[in-house]
Every structure is written in structure tokens, then in C-alpha cells.
Write a protein that binds this ligand. Sequence first.
Ligand code: FE2
Length: 266
Amino acid sequence: MRSWREELYDGGLRRFEASIATLQLVDVARRRLADALGVPGGTLPMVHRRWSAEALYAALEPARGALAGWQAIRSWSAAWLVGLGERVEDWVMDPPRLRVIAPGAGALPAAAPAYFAHRDTWYANPRCQLNVWMPLFEVGPNDGFRVYLDAFGQPVANDSSRFNWASWRLGGWQAPGPPLRPYPRLLGPEPAGHHVDVSGESAFFMVFSAAHLHRTLPRPPEAAHSRISIDFRLVHRGDHRAGRGAPDPDNQSQGDTSALYQPLTG
Ligand SMILES: [Fe+2]
């Protein structure tokens, strides 16, 4: 019988409905975000009305930093993995990320990479990596992210050969002039075949392979709410060492970002 990890390496998507633990986590995350922005928690999905897109990005910086170092997500992840029969010490994770997808932001050139269809493996993420995504508020049918199921394990045209992890870490933002970091993406049209648009109530979460082709769906300018979510990445160290993981047929990036991932405890 395949393990839950192997099912995900084979392209399965796992959806976990909201629990007391995830509702508590989301509640604390909302309060922290609201405190960082100085707004009432209930108004967070309308936060784009208070700032321009550029100003909102800057205003979110303290919240992003706080979330990245937030031990509560590590503790919650550890408890969840134990519940699946895992040993916590076998796992590492990257700093959790906060995503606020504001209506109309998809039209901003600077924000364009956030909407590229991509595999995380094109960014030198290991093929045994599992992505965890959890919305802080309800996500409508067209408001979440899309996973191109039939592109799993199938090569598609992309420019991941431009991505070198060592260069990415050293260059880019500090260099004079506009940022030069490459953001690998799907080249050509959206793949045909089946896809899934992830949506639902707050505090559920999705787990999927980093080798799945996926993209954030832009919020139309007339939308009332921003989409607010948290996500992070998990790697089983034993699987990584053994070379296990998802098929990764078209990745030409170089490096291994998981070298910097941290244990869930300590
Ligand atoms: Fe991604």
C-alpha cells in the first residue's frame, strides 16, 4: 500500500477540512495580520481599499516578517504530521509566506510573476517537496489557485534553465537598476486537459506536490475581496536523500533551496 507521501508524489491532491486546530491557527494569524496593519480583523479582505497596491505591499512587510518566524505554524505542522504517523525529526520546512492577492493586482507589471503558471521545482525546490496552502478567509470558486492535473509528470515548455539558486540568493534586489532575478514560468498557452480550481471556507488546507503545474488566479478589478492565505513547504529528509519524489520531467533549474529549510522543532 502506498504511503500518504507516495500518493502525493504520484500527483494526488490532499484536502484537509478545517479543524479546531486550523481554526485556532487562522484566528491567531488574522489577529496578527490585523495588528500589523492597524485595521480591524473583520476588514482584512477589504484591505486593498485602504492602500494602493504598492503601498499595501509595503504595509504588509512587517506582517510577512512576523509570519515567517512564527513558531505556531511549525508547532501546528509538527502535530499534524504526527497525526499522519510521521516522525517530526524527519521533516524540514521553509519560512511560511503570507499572500494577499488584491483585486486588479494581476495587471501590475511588478506583480506579474506572482501569477505565472509554474512548478515549484523550476525554482530549485526538491521534487519530494510538499506544498501546504491554507486560506485565512473564504475563497470563492474563481478566487483561489489552479492546478493543471494533466500536466503532472508531462513535460511542458518553460524557462527554468534561467534559474540558479546560488545566483538568485546573491543577486537581484541589491544590484543597481531593476531586479534581474528570473521567475521561471510556463511558456506557451495554458495546458489542455483537466484542472482543479481550489476554493472553500477558511482554515481548510491543501497539500500537493511541488512538481504540480499551478498558478494563482488573479482577482478581477471589480472583486470585493482580496484573497488572503498562508503557505509553506515541507520536505521529508529521508525521501530527499534517497532521491524519492514526484516526476519532474522538464525542470532545468539548478540548486536546492531545501538546504536552508529548518527543522520543525527546536
Ligand atoms: Fe508555487
